[in-house]
Design a binder for this molecule. Structure first.
Ligand SMILES: [Zn+2]
Length: 308
């Protein structure tokens, strides 16, 4: 007998009655595969009944404490290619909420702290005159006019739009999936699966933040250790600190990381909805949700930046 009550991996429908019926057959037998009578999901009985198959080797949620670092790195690598991630992490794999919580809050917290430290180091350098150019990790405000508005109000609006630009695409897919599911009982998908997918989807912004912090640290440290002058031979002293300014001007957050994140997010949710959840009309629904997720982004300041 399974340790936990048997249920459909996709919708959570209780399979106890189904399992009990196997024993009443003569001779008693259990099938290899089953189709859920509630949601129509077809799955292997061993995946729903045997706890051994509900654990995934190398996965962040399932590796023991001693192997957490390795599991973290491996899960991160899987996420680089959503096909790889969703081919491994399946609906029947047990969701461990504590580990999921650590991924959801721990990773961004560490990065925010790292970002604050890097910025603090920079401010310190600027104060002692080592770094002459200011640089901030925050996205550069878009070119808003000050048409009759108080500058502080514009600043607040800009920050709000920036936060929305990051959070709306992250939340649009899960929110819309939930609305569709609860309003029409259409997807018949356990909420837990949507939460898990949402948590791992935040990783894309965390990874780009890691890269950003790494680049800034590298520039800062190399300049501190030995100020590097490029093109000094042709009489143009260009210090590494100038590269920082150049890096700031190129604005990689908006022009590189952010568009890449959106592409990754669309791809990730496509694989989740089409290949993993195997939603009815998966592709058209995904396309519709993608429009909902990205249209507001294109209509905000970011869109005008791209056009200009
Ligand atoms: Zn089901």
């Amino acid at each position: 007998m399974p340790e936990r009550p048997a249920s459909c991996p996709r919708c959570g429908y209780d399979l106890a009655g189904e399992v009990a019926s196997w024993g009443r057959q003569a001779p008693a037998r259990c099938p290899m595969e089953l189709t859920c009578s509630e949601c129509g999901h077809g799955f292997l009985c061993r995946d729903a009944l045997n706890p051994k198959y509900q654990r995934l080797n190398g996965f962040w949620e399932h590796e023991p404490r001693g192997r957490r670092v390795r599991a973290f790195v491996r899960t991160l690598l899987w996420l680089a290619i959503p096909n790889l991630f969703w081919r491994r992490v399946r609906l029947h794999h047990e969701i461990r909420w504590r580990r999921l919580g650590v991924w959801a809050f721990g990773v961004p917290m560490v990065l925010i702290l790292a970002s604050i430290c890097v910025q603090a180091i920079f401010i310190k350098f600027m104060a002692i005159g080592v770094v002459h150019w200011g640089f901030t990790l925050a996205p550069t405000p878009a070119r808003y006019g000050y048409a009759g508005m108080h500058p502080a109000a514009w600043y607040a609006l800009d920050k709000l739009l920036t936060v929305l630009a990051f959070f709306w695409p992250l939340l649009a897919y899960p929110v819309m999936l939930t609305v569709l599911d609860t309003s029409r009982r259409w997807a018949k998908l356990r909420m837990a699966h949507v939460i898990r997918a949402t948590v791992y989807s935040t990783t894309v912004f965390s990874v780009f933040m890691m890269i950003e912090i790494g680049v800034v640290l590298w520039i800062a440290v190399s300049d501190l250790v030995e100020p590097t002058y490029l093109f000094s031979g042709v009489g143009v002293p260009l210090a590494m600190t100038h590269l920082i300014a150049l890096y700031g001007l190129l604005n990689p957050i908006w022009y590189v990381y952010y568009p890449l994140s959106l592409v990754w997010l669309a791809w990730y949710w496509n694989r989740a909805m089409v290949a993993n959840y195997r939603l009815h009309m998966g592709w058209p629904v995904w396309a519709l949700l993608s429009v909902i997720a990205f249209l507001p982004v294109m209509m905000t300041s970011y869109g005008t930046w791209i056009v200009i």
